[in-house]
Write a new protein. Sequence first.
Length: 51
Amino acid sequence: LPPGLEIISAVGKFHLAAHKHSCFLRYSLNFVKGAGHLDGEILETLSAPFN
């Protein structure tokens, strides 16, 4: 790995609901600076352009 590379541990929102509250505060993507948001599941997102 390149020197200075920072790896941030996170858990996806759907899976995170099955964890303890303390996991949410530590691993939620809501608190990761620069994390993006996606609507729906990946298959639904990809199927629209292909109709």
